[in-house]
Design a protein around this ligand. Structure first.
Ligand SMILES: O=P(O)(O)OC[C@@H](O)[C@@H](O)c1c[nH]c2ccccc12
Length: 260
């Protein structure tokens, strides 16, 4: 059994409890900061900076984890969007963190979780997200369509994540406007930026915006994926471990013209 299977199994166990808690709540019709619009509008390659206390591959990344301080530093450094881990069991995140961050900053927020049921999308909407993540590796094509429709209903954008050619084949005719290429294999934790280089052309050709996710640590990593043509980066660990968010944000900033 891989870690991804374990995470999804754990998620499935929690769904009934969440349904009971959230099913009768109404999602208020609030105006959300648009995640996709922010990525399009940015004159630099978009930087999605992540708030992640721990991960199954790396353990605890931040001993004195202070999510609101991190969120404020991200906003002050003008990152394009912020990703908030809401998985508790494996990433030590949570919906209360998303909620508190959304009260604090106006930057559009991604609810970073392993979504397998519409109730989780409702929770994302109730806790201030602008965008949800759908992971092609854990969802059937029909489920991806259904969950995307639920996100649309709540006015949330969707970032759909792929890691290989098969997953791209699964989603390519579904017209997702925002596609993440995860450089990390969620079954083995192996990370390689080559994943982005291999998939970026096909995804771009479809007209989708492309985000390179995971394993980006240096300016040369950024330039490698930038030159390959991505529209943005999703960076977790490097930001969680830096002494200066502002300096790292500067170091990772590149003009969109650098893309081919
Ligand atoms: O910390 P990194 O290597 O910069 O990675 C960030 C982000 O891409 C990673 O956290 C991630 C990508 N896809 C996910 C799906 C679920 C949980 C986490 C993730």
């Amino acid at each position: 059994m891989t870690i991804l299977t374990k995470i999804v199994e754990d998620k499935a166990k929690r769904i009934p409890e969440w349904k009971e808690k959230y099913e009768d709540l109404e999602v208020p019709n609030v105006k959300r900061a648009s995640f996709i619009a922010a990525i399009k509008k940015s004159s630099d390659l978009a930087i999605i900076a992540e708030i992640k206390k721990a991960s199954p591959s790396k353990g605890v990344l931040s001993e004195n984890f202070a999510p609101l301080k991190i969120a404020e530093a991200y906003e002050a450094s003008q990152v394009t969007c912020i990703s908030v881990l809401t998985d508790e069991a494996f990433f030590q995140g949570g919906f209360p963190i998303l909620d508190a961050v959304s009260d604090k900053v106006a930057t559009p927020l991604l609810c970073k979780d392993f979504i397998i049921d519409p109730i989780q999308i409702k929770m994302a909407a109730l806790h201030g997200a602008s965008c949800i993540l759908l992971i092609a590796a854990i969802l059937e094509k029909e489920e991806l369509v259904q969950l995307k429709n639920v996100a649309d209903k709540y006015g949330l954008d969707t970032l759909v994540e792929i890691h290989n050619e098969d997953e791209w084949e699964k989603i390519k005719d579904l017209s997702f406007p925002l596609v993440g290429i995860n450089n990390r294999n969620l079954h083995t934790f192996e990370v390689s930026l080559t994943t982005t280089l291999e998939l970026v052309d096909a995804v771009k050709y479809s007209g989708a915006l492309v985000i390179s996710e995971s394993g980006i640590f240096t300016r040369s990593d950024v330039e490698l994926v930038a030159k390959a043509g991505v529209d943005g980066l999703l960076v977790g660990e490097a930001f969680m471990k830096t002494d200066s968010v502002a300096t790292l944000k500067e170091e990772f900033s590149v003009r969109k013209e650098l893309r081919v």
